[in-house]
Design a protein around this ligand. Structure first.
Ligand code: SF4
Length: 257
């Protein structure tokens, strides 16, 4: 990928040094080089794998059916209304300010999937706002992408877990049908799982993120790349070059630039 001066400036501002690759590395076609001396700290402690392999997700729970029509038959408006009215998880439905359905282009080639809304997302009803959202926006901008135009951003869970705790497995199962329907409606060319929980859930894996990164997976036939959650990158900025490498890997999955 050739980067404009502006994109290079954005990356430099984020602390992500890049240089022009002389040629694609074996097994990483289209992935530009990042700083080779990036720190080795990762979101999970397992070593970063170097060999690509496909992972097939396992059986997914049936989606919630609140008002008769199955979730997998809903259009966008019906799906959004179903999520807004959902009370499948007692505690989350009681505590939330609003559901966080997702934002962006509903026909986007990129789908970014995070874990669950945080406090600010719960207030705004939009995923990835605040500092983590700003970092994500900057990384997207460096790829020439805009959150409102070129990507759709959603979470595995549509309601905030109180105290920002990890989602409970039964909450994830209850909400999963909504995300799956979004994926069916969007038909993205590539899915990027942001963080450990999104990656594990979409890949039906209990491997650490460090083992899920660095290779292309498949989710129902679509390429899926796992990378760090932006909130993690705020705590561990030394891993930004690795996240950038992941995004370039995702970009290389597209049928055309
Ligand atoms: S997290 Fe999902 S399944 Fe649970 S109440 Fe919210 S919208 Fe419904």
């Amino acid at each position: 990928m050739s980067l404009s001066v502006r994109q290079r400036r954005i990356l430099a501002d984020m602390g992500i040094p890049v240089w022009r690759a002389r040629g694609p590395a074996p097994g990483h076609a289209g992935v530009a080089a990042v700083a080779a001396n990036a720190p080795a700290v990762v979101e999970d402690s397992a070593p970063t794998p170097t060999v690509s392999e496909a992972v097939t997700p396992g059986t997914v729970e049936a989606p919630p059916q609140v008002a008769g029509v199955p979730v997998q038959a809903l259009d966008w408006e019906g799906l959004e209304a179903r999520v807004r009215a959902c009370t499948a998880c007692d505690e989350l439905a009681r505590e939330r300010t609003r559901t966080v359905f997702g934002v962006g282009d509903r026909g986007a080639r990129w789908l970014l999937v995070g874990e669950a809304p945080g406090a600010e997302e719960d207030r705004h009803g939009e995923p990835f706002v605040g500092r983590a959202g700003q970092l994500l926006d900057n990384m997207l901008q460096a790829l020439g992408l805009d959150r409102s135009r070129d990507v759709f951003i959603a979470n595995v869970l549509k309601c905030r877990p109180p105290g920002n705790r990890d989602p409970e497995p039964e909450e994830v199962r209850a909400c999963r049908g909504f995300l799956d329907r979004q994926i069916e409606l969007i038909q993205p060319e590539v899915i990027v799982a942001l963080g450990r929980i999104a990656a594990r859930e979409l890949l039906d894996s209990d491997e650490p993120l460090g083992r899920l990164r660095g290779r292309e997976h498949r989710y129902r036939g679509r390429p899926l790349i796992a990378t760090f959650h932006p909130a993690y990158l705020l705590r561990k900025p030394g891993d930004k070059p690795r996240a950038w490498e992941d995004l370039l890997r995702a970009r290389a999955c597209l049928s055309s630039p």
